[in-house]
Design a protein around this ligand. Structure first.
Ligand code: CO
Length: 288
């Protein structure tokens, strides 16, 4: 399997953006400001965002990014997950962390996903079965008295693809597939006080190009060309598209089945969720 040095570059940028992001998590700060500052940092460091910065609060596990003019602010006692994707020439790195805003009530829940991630990284080597990784994640989270989210998983990354090929389970799903050297995977344990499943929630404002085809509106065609050139199959959001009437145009593209919008993913029983994530090269180590 081939991998490029550009993955190291993407990983280094993701790591620095994550450490910068930690300094932004404070009471009364706008989600929008956090997302924009992290995305600008990625660009300043020479990379590009591989997807819009995800800011997910409390029971929402994944897929929430600020809209244009989003007015939501962090509140004291929120549990915040920040999920950051970077790419360098298409080579993707994916990393996430969880912090609470101004309180110390979720320290164990945060530790559960972090420790699960670290324990998983310790055992990953060429020849390991995917289920063994899932088992370590599950056992570690359950040791803390929480549940792993079973229908969210880690994933392989490839050029211009965030969720490629392999699925890395967060529990022992009996998958005996063997990891090969140099495969690039993101491991992302989610721990929750809830039942350990997510459901589909509200629309997220995160889109991806699914079916490039002709559209009558000239304005929509220009936007589509830009998306195809700039993001290819990587997720994007309205904040990034500096075109007039962008929300209307995105609706046209969505109605025509050209782009699709992801749903937010809240925990099924509305349990609070923590997450930790790193991207690693099997047999070589952590990129992020
Ligand atoms: Co990921």
């Amino acid at each position: 399997m081939v991998w490029s040095k550009d993955y190291n570059k993407a990983g280094e940028i993701a790591k620095q953006a994550r450490e910068f992001a930690r300094t932004l998590i404070k009471e009364n700060v706008l989600y929008l400001e956090i997302a924009q500052k992290i995305e600008n940092k990625i660009i300043e460091l020479g990379g590009k965002p591989a997807f819009p910065v995800n800011i997910c609060i409390n029971n929402v596990a994944a897929h929430d990014t600020p809209l244009i003019n989003d007015e939501r602010k962090l509140k004291k006692g929120d549990l915040v997950k920040i999920d950051i994707g970077t790419h360098f020439n298409g080579c993707v790195a994916d990393t996430a962390f969880t912090m609470e805003v101004g309180t110390n009530q979720y320290a164990d829940l945060i530790k559960a996903s972090e420790e699960a991630l670290n324990e998983a990284i310790k055992i990953i080597k060429p020849g390991i079965e995917l289920r063994e990784i899932g088992k370590v994640i599950q056992d570690t989270i359950m040791k803390y008295g929480y549940s792993p989210i079973k229908n969210l998983s880690g994933h392989e990354v490839k050029e211009y693809i965030v969720h490629a090929g392999l699925t890395i389970p967060n529990y022992d799903n009996n998958d005996k597939h063997i990891l090969e050297k140099d495969t690039i995977i993101a491991i992302e344990p989610f721990a929750t006080i809830g039942e350990g499943m997510i459901k589909e929630g509200k629309l997220s404002g995160i889109y991806t190009l699914v079916n490039k085809k002709n559209i009558r509106s000239l304005e929509a065609r220009k936007v589509l060309e830009f998306i195809d050139k700039e993001y290819k199959t990587l997720p994007f959001c309205a904040r990034w598209l500096k075109f007039p009437n962008i929300n209307f145009i995105l609706r046209l593209l969505e109605n025509d089945g050209i782009i699709k919008q992801y749903n937010q993913l809240p925990e099924k029983s509305d349990g609070i969720v923590s997450q930790a994530e790193h991207t690693i090269i099997v047999g070589k180590g952590v990129l992020t």
